[in-house]
Design a protein around this ligand. Structure first.
Ligand SMILES: Cc1ncc(COP(=O)(O)O)c(C=O)c1O
Length: 391
């Protein structure tokens, strides 16, 4: 066996592309040789306002001169302001802050267990998740994830999860009987191939949860923060989750995660039950506050919807003439192209030949994640590459 050449001491948890990114502004990044790329990955649905957005940059720069960290032993005014605005624009009442998506789902899982224990004395609560889902890489969140390829090699898994087929009305009969403590799911399975949940199915899940007194928990880590044209995607499904998990776009690239929960659920997190040294730190919540203010106080969500309409229209037209694109799917600016052949080959060609960054979502899906405020000119540049790749 030939030994792999190690070029960096960073562990190989990602199959990195041969590209070193050193700078970013708006929809573009630059590599270490000065080559400019159109970035339609947005740091995997994270830089929703583009790279280094001035509104966030300015506030973070100011905060950097004042206070970086003080721990959650004290009140952090900017953290409380961010919690207030998240509560104002969601159906939830209280917020817990952490540092990543996996940590946000860990918090969802923990609060669901504690709530079941507090309410009914349940000692072995069960959480239902769905096949093909993705909820993170920590032990509990990979156990919640309904994909064997993510779990392989990491047994014993955290117990307490059971997986039902996604978007499957018949399987909901089982959900009715199981009466779990909670149901956790994505409204678009992002990593699983950009598969949107059907509205009727979601509403049925919500109705069963209500009937069974199971918590309805949505993982909006990829779909939240304006990515699909509304601040949260659950709004488009006319449901009211008990718990919402967030990360990615919340800090525009500064690491932050959060859960928003309804008051009766949030009460289960009392002092000493959960925590995080860095969670809700002044720098991260300053970035979060500036991001959420921008998303809620400007017309950017409208712009995101217009941009999505334009791209969907053009991509669907391209799909009718292309022999390679089998389906265009997703929501808003979380777009998946199911293709004939290996998606990674198209991603590589886009980067190498056209300086366009896009990403895969499984072996046969090309995922497109433009910044919400991408311009018409950038969209046309992107569409030109799509024509070259797929016609
Ligand atoms: C839906 C969903 N949940 C959880 C996660 C995990 O987030 P993180 O990588 O920040 O831990 C991701 C990341 O891709 C995600 O898309």
């Amino acid at each position: 066996m030939t030994e792999q050449v190690v070029t960096t001491p960073v562990m190989d948890t990602y199959a990195r592309f041969p590209l070193a990114v050193v700078e970013g502004k708006g929809s573009y990044v630059w590599d270490d040789k000065g080559t400019k790329y159109l970035d339609y990955t947005s740091g995997i649905a994270t830089c929703n306002l583009g790279h280094v957005p001035s509104v966030v940059e300015k506030k973070v720069q100011e905060q950097l001169t004042k206070l970086w960290h003080c721990s959650n032993l004290y009140h952090i005014p900017v953290q409380e302001q961010l919690a207030e605005i998240l509560v104002q624009y969601s159906c939830g009442d209280r917020v817990f802050f952490c540092n990543s998506g996996a940590e946000a789902n860990e918090a969802s899982i923990k609060i669901a267990k504690k709530y079941a224990n507090d309410k009914d004395g349940v000692e072995q609560p069960l959480i239902i998740t769905f096949k093909n889902s993705f909820h993170g890489r920590t032990m509990a969140t990979l156990s919640a994830t309904g994909q064997e390829k993510i779990q392989n090699g990491f047994t014993p898994l955290t117990p307490g999860f059971s997986y039902l087929p996604f978007n499957d009305m018949d399987a909901l009969e089982q959900l009715k009987k199981i009466k779990p403590a909670a149901v956790l799911f994505e409204l678009v399975q992002g990593e699983g191939g950009v598969i949107p949940a059907d509205k009727e199915w979601v509403q049925q899940v919500a109705a069963i949860c209500k009937e069974n007194d199971s918590l309805l928990m949505v993982d909006e880590i990829q779909t939240g923060m304006g990515r699909t044209g509304s601040l949260f995607l659950y709004e488009q499904y006319d449901i009211e989750p008990d718990v919402i998990s967030l990360a990615k776009g919340l800090g525009s690239g500064i690491p932050i995660g959060a859960i928003i929960a309804k008051e009766h659920v949030a009460k289960s997190f009392s002092p000493g039950t959960h925590g995080s040294t860095f969670g809700g730190n002044p720098i991260a919540t300053t970035a979060g506050l500036a991001t959420v203010e921008y998303l809620t106080e400007t017309d950017i969500l409208l712009k995101a919807k217009e941009n999505a309409d334009y791209l969907w229209n053009q991509l669907e037209q391209l799909a009718t003439s292309s022999k390679v694109i089998k389906q265009v799917r997703g929501k808003g600016l979380l777009i998946g192209l199911e293709v004939e052949g290996q998606a990674i080959d198209f991603v590589n060609k886009a980067r190498e030949d056209y300086q366009l960054l896009i990403v895969v979502a499984g072996p046969s899906v090309v995922r497109i994640l433009p910044p919400l405020n991408t311009t018409k000119e950038e969209m046309n540049q992107f569409l030109h590459v799509m024509e070259q790749l797929f016609n």
